[in-house]
Design a protein around this ligand. Structure first.
Ligand SMILES: NC(=O)c1ccc[n+]([C@@H]2O[C@H](COP(=O)([O-])OP(=O)(O)OC[C@H]3O[C@@H](n4cnc5c(N)ncnc54)[C@H](OP(=O)(O)O)[C@@H]3O)[C@@H](O)[C@H]2O)c1
Length: 330
């Protein structure tokens, strides 16, 4: 892998990754292990993101030029009752990180965000400039992630306006990668479905919420590619091609696992589609989680990214086959 603007980095300063033990964080460890730049991965025990002083301490200690923030408060339903904590981790913590990097010459901040900043204001895929909210319709997790996005953008705009970083070509940049339906090394919908498919002879899965499953490994790769590029700061929708429902994803993953030799109890025809209203959860979810990925595709082509842009089915197929191989081994 080569990352063109990593040439601009002071190689004595590390890349700092928050969220080491999460799905995307673990994938970043795989992605960054061969890079010839020092990288420090931090987990909750190294830095509690609900504690601003703890974040400032690690920033002052490591003095990074690049931060990749894959940490977040991601317990969507629990967040309804833990608003303050969700906001401190998803909004305040990224603001502190952004403030640090915005004032570093050639600094880069990569931050992951979510489709849950939107709430069914259109029936087609959202572009980056679409209005978010309305706030009364998004869940607390979505609100807190949106507050994080806004804090990052404001912080960078202020730093540039105040002239702290005086030369245009030394400006720091930020990338907010909005994604959806993430799966990797950790608890996720696909793993839950494969487990249940081995235990039950009938499953009921929501079929009227539509989105795009996104591989954590691919998201990590996109984060590193964009960090090392010269593309413009901003929000990018980072999802593969295609779309499906939770029901469509469950059927595809279970059929793939069955054909790869996994012990599956449930037959496809017994994976029954249900309505979201038949499966009530504490946090409201959007029916339309589609994100339009054209801006990211354009950016990747400017970076001379050679890989083929993925379709969600290819990624899920590879993931499920690996999961089956691992489970057959153990
Ligand atoms: N998962 C999805 O479906 C999804 C969808 C859209 C967007 N996203 C976004 O994608 C990014 C990565 O998601 P993911 O699925 O990789 O999340 P994840 O697996 O839940 O990982 C989140 C990480 O954040 C860490 N964390 C939480 N609170 C912390 C705190 N107070 N201090 C320090 N670390 C803390 C967790 O630490 P512990 O391991 O110690 O708990 C965990 O390792 C996030 O920004 C998320 O909002 C995810």
């Amino acid at each position: 892998m080569s990352y063109s603007s990593f040439e601009l980095l002071d190689h004595s300063k590390p890349i700092l990754v928050f969220g080491r033990d999460g799905q995307v964080g673990k994938a970043l460890q795989v992605c960054l292990r061969d890079l010839k730049i020092p990288v420090v991965f931090l987990g909750r025990s190294d830095c509690d993101l609900s504690n601003e002083a703890s974040i400032r301490d690690v920033l002052n200690c490591y003095q990074p030029q690049v931060i990749i923030n894959a940490a977040a408060y991601t317990a969507v339903d629990k967040a309804e009752g833990e608003r303050e904590l969700a906001f401190s981790i998803n909004a305040k913590a990224p603001q502190v990180m952004a403030h640090y990097i915005a004032n570093v010459s050639h600094g880069v901040f990569v931050h992951y965000s979510t489709d849950y900043v939107f709430a069914d204001t259109k029936p087609t895929a959202y572009v980056e400039t679409d209005l978010t909210g309305p706030m009364t319709q998004i869940n607390v997790y979505g609100e807190s992630k949106l507050a994080g996005e806004q804090a990052i953008e404001e912080t960078f705009n202020l730093a540039q306006d105040s002239g702290h970083v005086s030369y245009q070509d030394k400006f720091s940049r930020y990338f907010i990668l909005r994604t959806s339906w993430v799966y990797g090394d950790g608890g996720n919908f696909i793993r839950t479905m494969l487990r249940l498919a081995g235990e039950k002879d009938q499953l009921k899965v929501v079929a009227d919420q539509i989105g795009v499953p996104s591989s954590a490994q691919w998201l990590a790769e996109v984060g590193v590619q964009i960090a090392g590029s010269r593309v413009e700061s901003g929000i990018y929708h980072a999802v593969p091609d295609g779309e499906t429902s939770w029901h469509g994803l469950a059927v595809f993953a279970i059929e793939t696992a069955a054909s790869a030799g996994e012990g599956i109890e449930v037959k496809s025809e017994n994976i029954l589609p249900i309505l979201a209203t038949d499966y009530p959860l504490p946090a409201k979810r959007p029916y339309n989680s589609r994100l339009n990925n054209h801006k990211l595709k354009q950016a990747l082509s400017e970076m001379a990214f050679t890989g083929q842009y993925p379709h969600w089915q290819e990624q899920v197929e590879a993931y499920v086959k690996e999961y089956v191989t691992d489970s057959l081994k153990s």
